[in-house]
Design a binder for this molecule. Structure first.
Ligand SMILES: Cc1cc2nc3c(=O)[nH]c(=O)nc-3n(C[C@H](O)[C@H](O)[C@H](O)COP(=O)(O)OP(=O)(O)OC[C@H]3O[C@@H](n4cnc5c(N)ncnc54)[C@H](O)[C@@H]3O)c2cc1C
Length: 437
C-alpha cells in the first residue's frame, strides 16, 4: 500500500497564483462561502471557463445553478494560460476526417467556428474588458513543413470555406515575427489573444448577473448518487442537486476515476519580460498578433498591452513545478529571440492543463445526470466556454452539440489514472525529442 499525497501543482489555494494577469486585474467578483447545506437544480464542480459558462447558460434560462470552486474563480488554467485564440480543434481536419469521417468532421468544424463566434458574443454581450486583439500566426519551425501547411490552408479555404486563413512564406512571416527560427506558416484573422483572467472573471460576473451562485474555497471531496439526484460533499457544506457537472479539467484529483484515466494533467510555463518599449516590442511581432509554433512542446508568445513579451514554452510531466520557472522558460524564449539576452523577466508562473490521448476533449454523461467536460489539450480559450454551453443546452433538453462531442471516442491512458504518468512521460519525451530533428 502507498499513500498518495495531493501533488503540489494541483493543491488548492486561497489565492490566485501570482502572475502578470493577477497584477493587471482589479475587481475580482466576491464569491460566497458555502456555510450552510444547500439544494440546487445543477451543481457545477470547477470555476474555470467550462464551469462558469455552463452556469451562465443555465442561469440565463432560469435554472437554479451552483458553482463550487476549490480555490478562486479562474484559479486553474483559465486564469493562467497564454490567452491565445485558436480557431479549430487540436487535431487538423485531415486527422479528423480519417478518425471520425467526413460528415462528423464537417459538424465538428462548424462547432469550432460557432465556438469562436461565441467568444465574441460573450465579450460583447457582457462588455468583458479583456484586451481582445485579433490575428494569430502559426509558425513552422522546419522548412519541410511548408508543403503540408500550404495544403491545410487550401483545404480549409476550399473545402471548409474558411477564408480567414492564409499562407505566409518565410519572408512574409519574418517581416512580422523578428526571428530567424521560422520558415513560413499561417495567418488567421479570426485568431488572436486576450487577457485570460479578465475573461474568466467576466464570464463569472455574467453568470452571477443571471442568478448563478458561485462559492469559492469549496473543495468537492465526493459526489454520490442518492434517490433521484446527487449528494456533493465539500470541505464546507453539503450540496444536493438534481444533476452534477464536472468541469475540473487538469485539476481533477481523486474525484472520478472514469475522467482521470482519460484526462491527464500536464504542467506548462509562461514568462513575461520587463516592458520593452513600443519600438523594441514591435521588432518582435510587428502587427501585435499572437504566435504559436509547430513544435510538439509548443512555444507561444505575444505582446502585452504594456509592450512586454509574454512567452510560453516548456512543459514538465511531474507533479511539481520547477523551482525557478523564469530560468526554465528563458532558454526557450532565447532560442526564438536571442536578441532578448539582456532583458529581465518580471513574472513567471506555471499552470496545469488537461490532455487526452487523442487530444480531443472528453465530454460525457458518465451516468444519468452526471456530466463531465474537460481535456481541451491546450486549446480551451475558445472551446471550453462553448463546450460549457453545449453541456447547459443538453441539461435543458437540446442534446445535439453535446452528442456530437460525446460521440467522439476518447480512450483511457494505458494504466488508468495510477500508471498513466510513466506511460505518458515516456511518450512525451519521445515526441519532445522529435522537436530537435
Ligand atoms: C500555461 C497554460 C497555457 C495555456 N495556453 C492556452 C492558450 O494560449 N490558448 C488556449 O486556447 N488554451 C490554453 N491553455 C488551456 C486552457 O487554459 C484550458 O483549456 C482552459 O482554461 C480549460 O478551462 P476549464 O474550465 O475546463 O479548466 P480550468 O480553468 O483548469 O478550471 C478547472 C477548475 O476546477 C477546479 N477544481 C478541480 N477539482 C475540484 C474539486 N474537487 N472541487 C472544486 N473545484 C475543483 C480547479 O480549482 C479549477 O479552477 C493553456 C493552459 C495552461 C495551463
Amino acid at each position: 500500500m502507498f499513500r498518495r499525497v495531493t501533488p503540489q501543482a494541483l493543491l488548492p489555494s486561497a489565492n490566485h497564483a501570482p502572475s502578470f494577469y493577477t497584477e493587471t486585474t482589479q475587481d475580482f467578483p466576491i464569491a460566497r462561502d458555502l456555510s450552510a447545506d444547500t439544494h440546487c437544480d445543477v451543481c457545477v464542480v470547477g470555476g474555470g471557463y467550462t464551469g462558469l459558462s455552463t452556469a451562465l447558460h443555465l442561469a440565463k434560462r432560469g435554472v437554479d445553478v451552483v458553482v463550487l470552486e476549490q480555490s478562486r474563480i479562474g484559479w486553474g488554467a483559465s486564469g493562467r494560460n497564454g490567452g491565445q485564440i485558436h480557431v479549430g480543434l487540436r487535431q487538423d481536419v485531415d486527422w479528423l476526417e480519417s478518425h471520425v469521417g467526413a460528415a462528423r468532421t464537417r459538424k465538428l468544424w462548424d462547432f469550432a467556428i460557432a465556438a469562436r463566434d461565441h467568444l465574441d458574443w460573450l465579450v460583447n454581450a457582457y462588455a468583458i474588458d479583456c484586451d481582445l486583439q485579433t490575428g494569430l500566426i502559426h509558425a513552422d519551425h522546419r522548412a519541410r513543413f511548408g508543403r503540408h501547411t500550404q495544403q491545410q490552408v487550401e483545404r480549409l479555404r476550399d473545402k471548409y470555406a474558411y477564408q480567414h486563413i492564409r499562407y505566409l512564406g518565410t519572408e512574409a512571416l519574418r517581416e512580422i515575427v523578428g526571428s530567424s527560427s521560422y520558415y513560413g506558416g499561417t495567418y488567421d484573422t479570426r485568431g488572436g489573444h486576450l487577457h485570460p483572467l479578465k475573461y474568466a472573471l467576466g464570464i463569472a460576473r455574467a453568470a452571477i448577473s443571471h442568478g448563478a451562485n458561485i462559492f469559492e474555497g469549496c473543495h468537492v471531496k465526493r459526489v454520490e448518487a442518492r434517490s433521484g439526484g446527487w449528494r456533493v460533499t465539500t470541505g464546507q457544506g453539503m450540496v444536493t442537486a438534481d444533476r452534477v457537472v464536472y468541469a475540473c479539467n487538469g485539476y481533477m484529483y481523486k474525484l472520478d476515476e472514469r475522467v482521470e484515466r482519460r484526462v491527464m494533467p500536464i504542467n506548462n510555463y509562461i514568462a513575461v519580460t520587463e516592458p520593452l518599449g513600443r519600438v523594441r516590442a514591435l521588432s518582435l511581432i510587428s502587427n501585435g498578433a499572437a504566435v504559436s509554433d509547430s513544435r510538439f512542446v509548443v512555444n507561444y508568445f505575444r505582446l502585452t498591452a504594456d509592450d512586454r513579451l509574454l512567452f510560453g514554452g516548456g512543459e514538465n510531466y511531474r507533479y511539481r513545478f520547477p523551482r525557478d520557472i523564469a530560468a526554465f522558460v528563458r532558454p526557450h524564449m532565447l532560442a526564438v529571440y536571442p536578441q532578448l539576452r539582456d532583458v529581465r523577466i518580471d513574472y513567471a508562473w506555471g499552470g496545469t492543463l488537461g490532455i487526452t490521448p487523442t487530444r480531443m476533449p472528453y465530454v460525457a454523461e458518465l451516468e444519468q445526470g452526471l456530466y463531465s467536460a474537460s481535456g481541451f489539450s491546450g486549446l480551451g480559450v475558445v472551446l471550453a466556454p462553448f463546450v460549457g454551453k453545449a453541456v447547459a443546452d443538453a441539461l435543458c433538453g437540446d442534446r445535439e452539440q453535446f452528442e456530437l462531442l460525446s460521440g467522439v471516442t476518447v480512450p483511457s491512458f494505458p494504466g488508468g489514472s495510477r500508471l498513466r504518468w510513466p506511460t505518458l512521460v515516456a511518450g512525451m519525451f519521445y515526441y519532445a525529442l522529435r522537436d530537435l530533428i
